[in-house]
Design a protein around this ligand. Structure first.
Ligand code: SF4
Length: 229
């Protein structure tokens, strides 16, 4: 979220509690990065595609702000308008997360907005707080994408991931853009479903599974998303 750190020493069992009083101050001035899983959840919430979501709600990988304001594009009069599917960063707040190379995780207490009505306490632990925020599916998605991206990076170093049949193919079909295929799951899932003769799944966890499976098949050289064979 790009904020000042207050404390960098917390672990899951550290004493921590936080009571939000919906002042919405924390929904201003943040750079909230959206991963493919969050895109799937938010676009499904808004009943649009992940491609439309990227076009309308993101600047690069960051959630847009409202015009002439530093408020998040999803902040409404009564708070977050996508609360059920809000991103991981919003669920973690006022905690930030640090992941070390060895996989160890630490939590940071972020500096609150000077006028924040949020109340900090010692009644519970970091883990208990995270449970109330339902972060588990988000952490799972983050892990599986990270693993896949590492695998893709390793494969790309050895040889290009997809072998073009001919140049025209690229100009008429989905562009060979690895980043888009990761960040924009819908077109990849649609292609993969066509290949499998199955319909596009409505459940987000199923969409995640198919997106990962499709990209995995591509990395393993078992599927060419350009020719869809
Ligand atoms: S997505 Fe919702 S909770 Fe997160 S910053 Fe935007 S309005 Fe606030």
């Amino acid at each position: 979220m790009g904020m000042t750190l207050k404390d960098t020493t917390k672990t899951g069992d550290s004493v921590f509690s936080y009571q939000c009083h919906a002042c919405n101050k924390c929904c201003h001035g943040k750079g909230i990065q959206i991963n493919p899983y969050e895109n799937m959840r938010l676009s499904s919430h808004l009943k649009i595609t992940t491609t439309e979501f990227r076009l309308n709600y993101l600047n690069g990988q960051l959630l847009k702000h409202k015009r002439n304001s530093n408020a998040c594009i999803f902040l409404g009069k009564n708070g977050c308008t996508v609360h059920k599917d809000r991103p991981l960063a919003c669920r973690l707040y006022p905690l930030g997360r640090l992941r070390m190379e060895n996989g160890k995780e630490f939590f940071t207490e972020l500096m609150p907005h000077t006028d924040s009505a949020g109340e900090y306490g010692t009644a519970s632990t970091v883990d208990s707080y995270l449970k109330t925020q339902d972060v588990k599916p988000y952490l799972h998605a983050e892990r599986v994408y990270l693993k896949l991206i590492q695998k893709m990076a390793n494969s790309a170093m050895q040889e290009p991931l997809s072998k073009p049949k001919n140049k025209d193919h690229y100009e008429t079909e989905m562009e060979l853009n690895y980043t888009d295929w990761i960040l924009d799951p819908n077109p990849v899932i649609v292609k993969y479903c066509n290949l499998k003769n199955s319909s596009f799944p409505l459940e987000i966890e199923q969409q995640l599974k198919l997106h990962i499976e499709a990209l995995q098949a591509w990395v393993d050289g078992k599927w060419d998303p350009i020719s869809n064979t």
